[in-house]
Design a protein around this ligand. Structure first.
Ligand code: UD1
Length: 435
């Protein structure tokens, strides 16, 4: 694989981006399918036997990890065209998801609910920590337990089994995205009705529920915080198209505003980006929408600072926090971002400051002092969205920026450099020595 670490004379190399900033962006950018919708939907193909055709699946490292997991469990995957895949479920050959795959991606834990729905027993490695925080799975397990599973944690694995999954009422102490998805998938074939109160309401959960309903599941309250799932005996797979990625769209919107861009963003669902749109409008950005295509009008020098708090949907998304920070750095005035979802999601701050930003962090609050004059530097992507923020800062910066460890970015942005190059950015992928 082209972005794998390789060694030569004891030096380690990984893919990086070399960006020469300051180029005005112009043209069209098409948004890919949503990573965070595709992952649970792919996990959902474990529930029922049959042939699934999934359209608009993005080409990403995380998606390839999910494919490997599915194949290990006995599914067959065939690429039909660029973003369309056939997934064939002829029955699971195992109920175990091993550590070596689960450790590379937290969303791997989403196979647990579907395996339980299918086999009534599952053994899945605990995902462990990750750069942006501890990210436990206690809410997932609470849900499985409520559905009647006996849970055992041993040797780093969660083992769950039940004679029968039985519908029940579950209150989530926090509207966790992954827990809501996992519990919904476990409940679709349970006996009787499951009600999830304080469910997460992210559009990706709506997409998962629509996918399951297209197979015959009976889920009501889709898109609300109360999901009612009436268990059914059988699900019949078919064809389903995944929604566009709202986080990628938000990233391109920020790029357009930053670069005084004349970009038309294609295939974007602005109804999934309402809080983001309203906050940018508060700053003075204007949006023109036309049939799923979007144009952005803004003058960087005239934008106003804002205060933002990340929240569960429909609140401002944590996945667009780092990108917004670059924009707030690039305008006049003092802005504030409070991160309430993850405990350690300001790792981009020190790198952005090295590029000329003036951001101070106190606990979960970042104070952003504008206006920064970004200048190119050597930086390191510490996680997916942090990496995206560095690309944005690099587009604006004077001179050359070298972004190391972009495998984080490859987890979640399909063909990012190709899309940016098409818009006129000077960005290339190179093998860089690990620093
Ligand atoms: C999903 C998204 C991720 C996004 C996040 C929040 C996918 C594949 N990933 O992650 O991009 O940033 O939603 O919008 O869709 N928590 C617990 N116990 C649990 C579950 C979660 O304490 O059992 C905590 C987590 O540590 C975190 C917070 O709840 O602090 C939010 O996590 P959650 O909503 O579950 O996010 P993910 O599903 O992991």
């Amino acid at each position: 694989m082209k972005n794998e670490i390789w060694k030569e004379n004891c030096h380690m190399y990984v893919d990086g981006f070399v960006v020469n900033g300051g180029k005005r962006l112009k043209g069209k950018a098409r948004i890919s399918g949503s990573k965070n919708a595709a992952l649970p939907i792919l996990a959902g193909t474990l529930i029922a036997k049959g042939e699934y055709i999934l359209e608009n699946v993005p080409e990403l490292k995380d998606i390839r990890t999910m494919f490997k997991l599915l194949e290990n469990l006995g599914l067959e995957i065939e690429k039909l065209d660029e973003n369309t895949y056939k997934v064939l479920n002829k029955g699971l050959k195992s109920s175990e998801a091993k550590y070596d795959l689960v450790k590379t991606m937290r969303a791997s834990f989403l196979v647990m609910g579907p395996i339980l729905a299918n086999l009534k027993n599952a053994k899945v490695s605990l995902p462990g920590g990750c750069a942006i925080g501890a990210r436990p799975v206690n809410y997932h397990l609470k849900g499985f337990e409520a559905l009647g599973c006996k849970i055992k944690i041993e040797h780093g694995y969660v083992e769950a089994e039940a004679d029968e999954l039985i519908g029940t009422g579950i209150y989530l102490d926090f509207p966790s995205v992954g827990a809501t998805e996992n519990i919904v998938m476990a409940a679709v074939k349970a006996k009787g009705k499951t009600v999830i109160e304080n469910a997460a309401q992210e559009p990706e959960i709506e997409d998962l529920c629509n996918f399951l309903n297209s197979m015959g599941a009976k889920i009501e309250g889709i898109g609300t915080s109360r999901l009612e799932i009436e268990g059914v005996e059988e699900l019949i797979p078919g064809r389903y198209r995944i929604i566009p990625d709202r986080i990628e769209a938000g990233t391109f919107i920020v790029a357009s505003v930053l670069m005084d861009g004349d970009i038309e963003i294609e295939d974007v669902k602005m109804e999934h980006l309402e809080s983001f749109k309203l906050k940018l409008e508060e700053m003075g950005v204007k949006f023109e929408e036309n049939n799923g295509n979007l144009k952005i009008k803004a003058k960087l020098s005239e934008l106003k600072p804002i205060k933002v708090k990340t929240m569960p949907y429909p609140g401002y998304p944590t996945d667009l926090q780092a990108q917004l920070m670059v924009l707030l750095s690039a305008i006049n005035g003092v802005s504030e971002i409070k991160e309430t979802i993850f405990e350690n999601r300001f790792m981009h701050v020190s790198e952005l400051n090295r590029m000329g930003a003036n951001i101070e962090v106190d606990g979960n609050t970042a104070v952003i002092n504008g206006k920064a004059e970004f200048s190119g530097a050597e930086v390191m992507a510490s996680d997916l969205r942090a990496g995206a923020s560095m690309v944005l800062a690099a587009l604006l910066a004077q001179g050359e920026t070298i972004i190391n460890r972009i495998y984080h970015i490859d987890r979640g942005y399909e063909k990012l450099e190709d899309k940016l190059k098409k818009l006129g950015a000077d960005i290339k992928r190179e093998k860089l020595e690990v620093v």
